[in-house]
Ligand binder design. Structure first.
Ligand code: ZN
Length: 74
């Protein structure tokens, strides 16, 4: 079994504010509003959700994909 981390620290690219969030495992989160500056974060091109772009840990589906594929490149 693949072990999945469901908490991720999102860092706002605008003001640098970091917030620990619990990720949902059933859906990708494509919007996140920074609690400090109010910026609406969206995934970068090629990323599926805000956790993949701005989080310390990518979202659960990506963790599973990486673990299964043993991908060594970005
Ligand atoms: Zn911010």
């Amino acid at each position: 079994m693949v072990s999945i981390t469901i908490d991720s620290t999102l860092t706002c690219p605008v003001c640098g504010f970091a917030e620990n969030e619990i990720m949902r495992t059933d859906a990708c989160q494509v919007r996140y509003q920074c609690e400090q500056c109010g910026e609406m974060l969206r995934p970068k091109p090629g990323d599926c959700c805000v956790y993949c772009s701005y989080g310390s840990v990518p979202c659960p589906p990506i963790q599973i994909q990486r673990a299964e594929a043993h991908v060594e490149f970005e």
